[in-house]
Structure formats: C-alpha cells, structure tokens
Write a protein that binds this ligand. Structure first.
Ligand SMILES: [Ca+2]
Ligand SMILES: [Ca+2]
Ligand SMILES: [Ca+2]
Ligand SMILES: [Ca+2]
Length: 237
C-alpha cells in the first residue's frame, strides 16, 4: 500500500510538473505558488479540503503582563519576534481593545515590528484572527510573507481601537514559515485562533480501492504464471 501510494504521488507530481512547464511557457519567469486568500473565516474554513487544526493558545499559562517572551511554542509551530525582542505575551484579560476570539487566551505583540510562525511540518493552508492592529496613528500596512517568497497585504491604517480581522491563505505549494510584518514600533496588537493544515489530496486513492487493485494485480500475476507453468509442463510431457 505504501509503495502504491508513493508511486501514485510520484505520478501526480510528474503530472503537476508537466502542467507547471505548460504554464511556464505562457508566462516566462513567473514562478510561484497558486494561492487563494480569504478575509472571511467561514469562507476560508469552507474552502480548505483537509483537516483544519486550531491553535487557540488555551494551554499556555497567561502572563497578563506585556512583553514577556521572545517566542511561544505550541503543538505544531513556534511564534517568535526578532531577537533580542521579548515583545510577546500570553494574555487572558481583554485590554487596550485586545481580546480572545476563542477561549480566554490570546497572544499580544507589544511594540513589535513582526511576528513569525515557524511550523514543524509544512502546511498549505493558514488562517488567523488579528486583533486591534493599526489603531496607532501612523500610516501603515500589515502584510503576511511566506517562505515561498510571496507577500500579501492584509490591512492598512487607519483602523479603529478593538478592530478584528481575519486573514486566510491556501496554496498549492506547502510553506513552513509565515511572517506578519508591520512598520510601527509603537503598535500593540494581538492574534488568536490560528488555523492550519495540509489540503487533502484528491489524487490519493481510497484504501479500499488500493487493496482491490493490489488483490487484482496479485491474482492476475498468479494466474498468468500458472498458465505459463501449465504450458511448460505440457511441452515436457
Ligand atoms: Ca484563544
Ligand atoms: Ca472563530
Ligand atoms: Ca487598541
Ligand atoms: Ca493596537
């Protein structure tokens, strides 16, 4: 079964490679993932075909004091700010227009330029709630960059105190690192409810059909051998 599915994967990768070359001839030099972005959580969750994991930071012990940590490690990713910053903190009390969108806990980034999500294993969909970004006075844009070299604009100032926005991304190529960037060292903002996962492949056959393929193959090979052997036996007697 493992071999069959590996072959299937290689075949589908080869097919994808052919498709990619065909696209490449249409627009030379355009190398990139096919990505779709979402500004609505329900839309995003309805469009991801794999199992969406949810990280809501509920297992962490709240600091409830700003700027306590340089990184926060949860089940499948680490959230960090550039060294030597300790701009992150786990909060459980709504404050400064920031609040949890799921459960009690959320992560605050105080006076932090960026925050990076580093996944243990690559994912190809990612979404999260960003809370209270952009209510500081200066003109600014919040962006999300991936290690595939893509950057997406999420929001621009001015926004209002306590604003909530969702941003989701699906991609045909998996990514491992995502960075939320914004230019203001004075901005205090928060994240919660991080969704991520791997899109279910439509090319991988159901276990039942793999088994029947295998059984058919073995039976087929067996009867061919038997016929050959009978012919051979007939020729020597
Ligand atoms: Ca939460
Ligand atoms: Ca929600
Ligand atoms: Ca605020
Ligand atoms: Ca803010």
């Amino acid at each position: 079964m493992k071999t069959i599915s590996t072959i299937q994967k290689k075949l589908s990768m080869a097919t994808a490679g052919v498709a990619f070359i065909a696209v490449g001839t249409l627009s030379a030099g355009q190398v990139g993932a096919a990505s779709t972005t979402f500004l609505d959580e329900t839309d995003f969750l309805n469009n991801v075909t794999g199992l969406a994991n949810l990280e809501s930071f509920e297992d962490l012990v709240p600091d409830n004091v700003s700027s306590q940590r340089s990184s926060i490690t949860v089940d499948d990713f680490t959230l960090s700010v550039p060294a030597p910053g300790t701009n992150l903190s786990v909060q459980s009390i709504p404050d400064f227009g920031q609040f949890a969108t799921d459960g009690n806990n959320y992560v605050r980034n105080t006076e932090g330029l960026s925050m990076t999500f580093s996944f243990l294993n690559p994912v190809n969909f990612f979404g999260l709630n960003v809370i209270d970004w952009g209510d500081f006075a200066d003109p600014a844009t919040l962006t999300l960059s991936t290690d595939l070299g893509e950057t997406f604009n999420i929001a621009s100032t001015p926004t209002i105190d306590g604003n909530l926005l969702f941003f989701g991304l699906t991609s045909d190529i998996a990514f491992s690192t995502l960075t939320l960037n914004q230019p203001s060292t004075l901005e205090s903002w928060a994240v919660d409810e991080v969704y991520y996962g791997v899109t279910a492949s439509e090319d991988v056959p159901e276990p039942a059909s793999v088994l029947s393929l295998l059984a058919f193959g073995v039976l087929g090979a067996g009867s061919a051998f038997k016929q050959k052997w009978l012919k051979h036996k007939a020729s020597i007697t």
